[in-house]
Write a protein that binds this ligand. Structure first.
Ligand SMILES: NC(=O)C1=CN([C@@H]2O[C@H](COP(=O)(O)OP(=O)(O)OC[C@H]3O[C@@H](n4cnc5c(N)ncnc54)[C@H](O)[C@@H]3O)[C@@H](O)[C@H]2O)C=CC1
Ligand SMILES: CC(C)CC(=O)C(=O)O
Ligand SMILES: [Mg+2]
Length: 358
């Protein structure tokens, strides 16, 4: 199954290169719409290469992410990913084979230590909250450590005495750099407020490290107001007073969970975009919707591609095309404000409508 280069539009002299990984389930459907919008919005023409990584390739060949493919992807300017994974607990797929072997491997190998997840309640978008207020915050989720590193094991599997562990890895190096990034982002926003979300009262080893670094880096940013909330209480505020948040910094697991809730209160998971960013720019950053492969609606053109389209905007912004990114956001905003409650459009119709506004 070769990875064939596909030029989306004629290459220009300075064509940035884009690795496209549509993946599984609704991934290919939403990625097609993100590419459609990128093609009309981008001031530069991307030379795109599509990689057929995901469940189909794994089931056909046993390959998840061959080293040679990773090496090729590493050479691109950016990566656009749809989603990976099968039905939760799919018996045909070993647990985590795609999530760990493909998605997390990309994030770890490419050192995507900032998992950036903005949440905004766009005007006219319905929130399940009775009084949502002005929700506009960004979660800076640590992307390369925590309990997702695969540091653990299982003993006496299948016996009543089974023991399973997943150890959360937190290094001073990893925690400090993501906290620094979060302070820098908070400093550039009007409210200049940064909230650390953790569980320092119980996860005392990791919590102490996060808290000490949060305070010491914070001392270098006297203009940023800081705040600390335990993860469980943060979930209360996320639904009772989400407007209190500006920038949140948190670990990999908490950030994963917080951002699905953040999506739910700001119009749904179909609108939530994300970037797996390497702020040092030593590797290509990867942009993808927050959602997964949604096997329950895959192949039916029911998925909302807005999250993937907005992830394309984050990608453009990362590559220095802030105006084009803003234009996509404006087009999405206009489209959202005209979405009639109770009606639904096909995935491609949403992409067409947003592209047409550009
Ligand atoms: N970044 C990634 O590639 C991620 C992959 N996954 C994987 O995806 C698979 C499914 O995971 P789930 O936990 O079910 O999460 P999910 O996000 O795929 O789906 C949760 C619910 O949201 C709905 N949904 C998701 N995206 C939507 C969209 N664009 N438009 C409308 N509705 C949408 C789904 O239909 C489903 O009801 C699993 O294999 C999981 O491991 C999960 C999260 C992230
Ligand atoms: C499937 C996980 C590895 C990813 C996830 O749920 C996420 O990044 O939000
Ligand atoms: Mg998630």
């Amino acid at each position: 199954m070769p990875d064939t280069p596909q030029t989306v539009s004629p290459p220009s002299v300075a064509s940035p290169t884009l690795a496209v990984i549509p993946g599984d389930g609704i991934g290919p459907e939403v990625t097609a719409e993100a590419l459609k919008v990128l093609e009309v919005a981008s001031p530069v023409t991307f030379e795109s290469t599509r990689y057929d990584l995901g469940a189909e390739r794994y089931l056909a060949t046993g390959e998840v992410l061959p080293d040679s493919v990773l090496a090729e992807i590493r050479e691109h300017d950016a990566i656009l990913l749809g989603a990976v994974g099968g039905k939760p607990n799919d018996p045909n797929l070993p647990p985590g084979i795609l999530e760990r072997g493909l998605l997390l491997r990309l994030r770890f190998e490419l050192d995507h230590y900032v998992n950036l997840r903005p949440s905004r309640l766009f005007p006219g978008t319905a929130s399940p909250l009775a009084a949502p207020g002005d929700i506009d915050f960004v979660v800076v989720r640590e992307g390369t450590e925590g309990p997702y590193t695969g540091n653990g094991g299982a003993l006496r599997v299948g016996t009543p005495a089974e023991i399973a562990t997943e150890v959360s890895v937190n290094t001073a190096y990893g925690v400090e750099r993501v906290i620094r990034d979060a302070f820098d982002r908070a400093e550039k926003r009007p409210r200049k407020k940064l909230t650390l979300v953790h569980k320092t009262n119980v996860l005392t080893n990791a919590g102490s490290l996060w808290w000490r670094l949060f305070q010491s880096v914070g001392a270098e940013h006297p203009d940023v107001t800081t705040d600390y909330i335990h993860i469980d209480a943060a979930m209360i505020f996320m639904v009772t007073d989400p407007a209190r948040f500006d920038v949140i910094v948190t670990d990999n697991l908490f950030g994963d969970i917080v951002t699905d809730l953040a999506a739910a209160i700001t119009g749904g998971i179909g609108l939530a975009a994300s970037g797996n960013v390497n702020p040092d720019r030593t590797t290509p950053s990867m942009f993808e919707p927050v959602h997964g492969s949604a096997p329950d609606i895959a192949g039916q053109q029911k998925a909302d591609p807005t999250a993937a389209i907005l992830s394309g905007a984050l990608l453009l912004d990362h590559l220095g095309h802030a105006d084009a990114a803003a234009a996509i956001e404006t087009a999405v905003l206009a489209d959202l404000s005209e979405r009639a409650p109770g009606t639904s459009r096909r995935t491609s119709e949403v992409g067409d409508a947003i592209a047409a506004r550009l």
